[in-house]
Design a protein around this ligand. Structure first.
Ligand code: OSB
Ligand code: MG
Length: 369
């Protein structure tokens, strides 16, 4: 397929409710959409998951725009590709900037699947017809509010509850939740809010039978997590620290992680996400698909990835209505009985809603050879 043309759009969408983590609150989400076209007029779509500010990792909407516009598109435009796995090789002269790379590579994967009349899930080697999903709930005003939120998502059918914790809102919060929901599959995500000095505090979580604790220590750490894991019964799951198969291999070898949260953007694209999936499967490490509060395009990519066999645990890919009044794809992503159907139609299997996309667009750039 000949990569002929790109359109990059910057969108701004208001979330139904703000999302609060240990590093702050997000209400208006800005992100980039990438549309790629081939010589036959097929188009593929990708979404950048970088946020406006660098609180999760160092990338932002603006750094992604810079990378995509000034480096990644110039490397790719006019190239003839036989498979999206080649994109990673073409981007290899550019260090880091995984979310920017993933957004462009994701558009090429959708294009490839469409050209070959395959669903994206099939093109990736996925075999599930539906995926089980959990939900990630941000920090709330107080425990009663959190309990009410958890109850409402359980009522909607979500299979696993993840809550955010931070120093001062941890042990008693989990104790209170556990008292209300003794049997619910429950986990906590600290987004790097602790250090090894908090080991004795984090050990207190062991009594609550959590599925796992996600990224308790430094966002770029692998070594300290292995020290902590030796002290904890609760399995550690790394999120922020894993940027590549190499990181996953090292973290597994050191015993720093017993589960991995795979995010397509963080690891630089679907090809690398699949490699991490395959490696973890061969090493008995279950994975699940994380979320970045995506709009419909990114959400569709997450659904396709989760159809791979080692996505054993419910991930964070909730339905469109959990985030948006109106999503940018049709149909929207629906959760029924805690499950999302994996589309079998070609490409991402959802149609970009061009009118909605136009409505939320605050910037647009076009590139041809
Ligand atoms: O740490 O998994 C995380 C949202 C933004 C940034 C980081 C994280 C999250 C979530 C929400 O937990 C996942 C989602 O619902 O998309
Ligand atoms: Mg996380």
């Amino acid at each position: 397929m000949l990569i002929e043309e790109f359109t990059v759009r910057r969108l701004k969408m208001r979330m139904k409710e703000p999302f609060t983590t240990s590093f702050g609150t997000l209400q208006d989400k800005q992100f980039l959409l990438i549309e790629v076209k081939d010589e036959l007029g097929n188009s593929g779509w990708g979404e950048s998951v970088a946020f406006e500010a660098p609180w999760y990792t160092e990338e932002t909407v603006d750094t992604n725009l810079h990378m995509i516009r000034d480096f990644l598109i110039p490397l790719l435009i006019g190239k003839k590709l036989s498979h999206p796995d080649q994109v990673g090789e073409i981007f290899s002269p550019i260090r880091g900037n995984n979310m920017a790379k993933a957004a462009v590579e994701g558009a090429v994967w959708d294009l490839y699947a469409k050209r070959n009349n395959l669903s994206l899930a099939k093109a990736l080697g996925g075999n599930r017809q539906s995926i089980e999903v959990g939900i990630s709930i941000g920090l709330q005003q107080d425990l009663p509010q959190l309990i009410a939120k958890v109850q409402s998502y359980l009522d909607e059918g979500y299979k696993r509850i993840k809550v955010k914790i931070k120093p001062g809102e941890d042990i008693e919060l989990i104790r209170g939740l556990r008292a209300s929901f003794p049997d619910v599959p429950l986990m906590a995500d600290a987004n790097s809010a602790y250090t090894l000095e908090d080991t004795s505090l984090l050990k207190q979580l062991d009594e609550f039978g959590l599925l796992m604790i996600e990224q308790p220590l430094g966002y770029d750490d692998i070594v300290d997590h292995s020290v902590l894991q030796q002290e904890l019964k609760t399995p550690i799951c790394l999120d922020e620290s894993i940027h590549s198969l190499t990181d996953a291999r090292k973290a597994i070898a050191l015993g720093s992680t017993k589960v991995i949260n795979v995010k397509i953007g963080r690891v630089g694209g679907l090809s690398e996400a699949k490699r991490i999936h395959d490696y973890c499967m061969a090493h008995g490490i279950p994975v699940w698909c994380g979320g970045m509060l995506e709009a419909g395009i990114g959400r569709a990519h997450n659904i396709a990835l989760t159809s791979l066999p080692n996505f054993i645990l419910p991930g964070d890919t909730a339905g469109s209505s959990r985030y948006w009044e109106k999503d940018i794809i049709t149909p929207e992503v629906i959760v029924l009985d805690g499950q999302i159907k994996v589309p079998s139609t070609k490409g991402i299997g959802f149609v970009p809603d061009l009118a909605a996309i136009e409505e939320f667009t605050v910037g647009k750039w076009h590139f041809t050879k």
